[in-house]
Design a protein around this ligand. Structure first.
Ligand code: NAP
Ligand code: MG
Length: 476
């Protein structure tokens, strides 16, 4: 069985110890990866540092050209990468294909935008001329979760290397395969050795070594709140800036005048996509009393049509990532079921395939806004439904969790929509749509415990740069 290596400089490094990679659709062994530790992280940081001066002085047009080629190679390998991602994460093949497309788009998008980014200068002011330089940090560390390895990996890698950083990436133990493949494709595309290094391994080993490393200059982390807080503390000892993307409890807020024909399939997808293991999952449904009955009836029917199965067979709903995640989701749902009745689904009501880590779509209705199932991230195909009868109550419920990642407002009334876009405390607000298909161009990041720092869009280029003001006195 092949072992997925560390990619350090131009070398593929195998470690003595390896980690099993499990296929969540079957529970069987899918492959193995290197188990990177402090030694490999040190070597990767050194390789990145060695490549750093040349890379940041490489003309931006040349860097952009290489990024464009990486995007092209990711697209060339679309089917292979999609199948690999589907096998590794259990996600339905169609969703994995979409992830490959978005991953490729990160490279082509940042190839284009980075060329405009560096043209930034301020107008002359009296006897002074000033301008702003955006300078790469140097070496950036990236800690990646298992839910969207390709998308989330490329989401931070592409802007970081576009502006001239060299990166060291630690993928998640549960789904490391595709990120290693991207690093190999990047070398094939002509990315100089050392600009992108990948060290698969355990969070407590490779992850902890990277976040505490004195040789990195910036760290981006996507994952859970406790680990995010821990890596930020480790980085703060070295005064290293950190971008944290920590998930959410994002609401779909449905007003009485909403177009339910449009809303229902989008709401369903928002909590079922990737089996609900999405930081921006629509895991709360906040619905006006007047349409509550109608919406729930329609949702019940839609949930009844959901096909559950192995990711590569391309069902609507695949398995969860691991037995550990299945146990966690089951425990949370069982705890919630003690005080709130799952109107639809729940582990005891819907049959799921045998083998693999399957959990059925589950809808809790009539949930109090402060109930655990309406407050905490489940990371499974579970939604909590809460009702409201005034706009202010809808806003209070939407803002009433520790998180603030994304939200959606469903209404035909322009004034209501605009009020909510102002009053909701989340990094993205959608109106009559949700998540908008990958949204490479839309700045993304959290309010409150959803994190800080910004990814995607033009803002990500700024995230991976330090800004320097240069002021020239013209008149003596
Ligand atoms: P996690 O533990 O926070 O994992 C995220 C990344 O951090 C993984 O690469 C992980 O490595 C690494 N890590 C773990 N311990 C570390 C440490 N001490 N130092 C440095 N890095 C470390 O998340 P999880 O356990 O996989 O998932 C738990 C919950 O996190 C989920 O239920 C969900 O609520 C949230 N989550 C959110 C997102 C998101 O997109 N915002 C993504 C995934 C998970 P290993 O996996 O190899 O241990
Ligand atoms: Mg796996």
């Amino acid at each position: 069985m092949n072992v997925s290596p560390c990619v350090i400089g131009a070398e593929q490094i195998l470690t003595e110890d390896t980690l099993d990679v499990v296929n969540p659709s079957t529970g069987e062994l899918l492959g193995r990866t290197a188990r990177g530790t402090q030694v490999e992280v040190d070597a990767a940081v050194a390789a990145a540092r060695a490549a750093s001066e040349d890379w940041r002085h490489t003309p931006v047009a040349q860097r952009a050209e290489i990024l464009r080629r990486i995007g092209g190679l990711v697209t060339r390998e679309r089917e292979r990468l999609a199948l690999l991602e589907s096998r590794d994460t259990g996600k339905p093949l169609t969703q994995a294909r979409a992830d490959v497309d978005v991953a490729a788009r990160y490279f082509t998008y940042y190839a284009s935008t980075v060329e405009a980014f560096f043209g930034n200068s301020l107008p002359p002011d009296g006897e002074y001329i000033s301008y702003t330089r955006h300078e790469a940090f140097g070496v950036t560390g990236h800690i990646i979760p298992w839910n969207y390895p390709l998308q989330i990996g490329c989401r931070t890698i592409a802007p970081a290397i576009a502006v001239g950083n060299c990166s060291v990436v630690k993928p998640a133990e549960d789904a490391p395969l595709s990120v290693v493949e991207v690093a190999l494709l990047a070398l094939e595309a002509g990315l100089p050795a050392g600009v992108l290094n990948v060290v698969p391994g355990l969070g407590a080993e490779a992850g902890a070594a990277l976040s505490a490393h004195t040789g990195i200059d910036h760290l981006s982390f996507t994952g859970s709140v406790p680990v995010g807080s821990m890596v930020a503390k480790a980085a703060s000892d070295n005064v290293i800036p950190v971008a944290l993307e920590l998930g959410g409890k994002s609401p779909n807020i449905v007003f009485a005048d909403a177009d339910l024909d449009v809303a229902v399939p989008v709401i369903l997808k928002s909590f079922l996509q990737n089996a609900g293991q999405t930081c921006s999952a629509g895991s709360r449904l906040v619905v006006h009393d007047a349409v509550h009955g109608e919406l729930l009836n329609r949702l019940e029917k839609a949930v009844g049509d959901v096909r559950i199965g192995a990711g590569p067979a391309d069902p609507d709903l695949g398995p969860l990532i691991s037995q550990k995640q299945l146990d966690r989701v089951t425990r949370m749902v069982e705890r919630a079921a003690a005080s709130a009745d799952p109107r639809i689904g729940g582990p005891k009501r819907v049959a799921t395939p045998v083998g693999g880590f399957y959990f059925p779509p589950t809808v809790f209705d009539g949930v109090a806004p402060d109930h655990e199932i309406a407050q905490d991230e489940v990371f499974g195909p579970v939604v909590a439904v809460t009702t409201f009868d005034s706009t202010q109550q809808a806003i209070d419920i939407a803002n009433g969790t520790e998180y603030g990642l994304i939200s959606a407002v469903w209404t035909k009334d322009f004034a209501t929509a605009m009020t909510l876009t102002e009053e909701i405390r989340s990094g993205q607000v959608y109106v009559n749509t949700y998540g908008a298909g990958g949204g490479v161009e839309y700045t993304f990041g959290g309010f409150k415990k959803s994190g800080y720092g910004r990814e995607k869009g033009f803002d990500a280029l700024g995230e991976f740069c330090q800004t320097k003001s240069v002021v020239l006195k013209v008149a003596q």
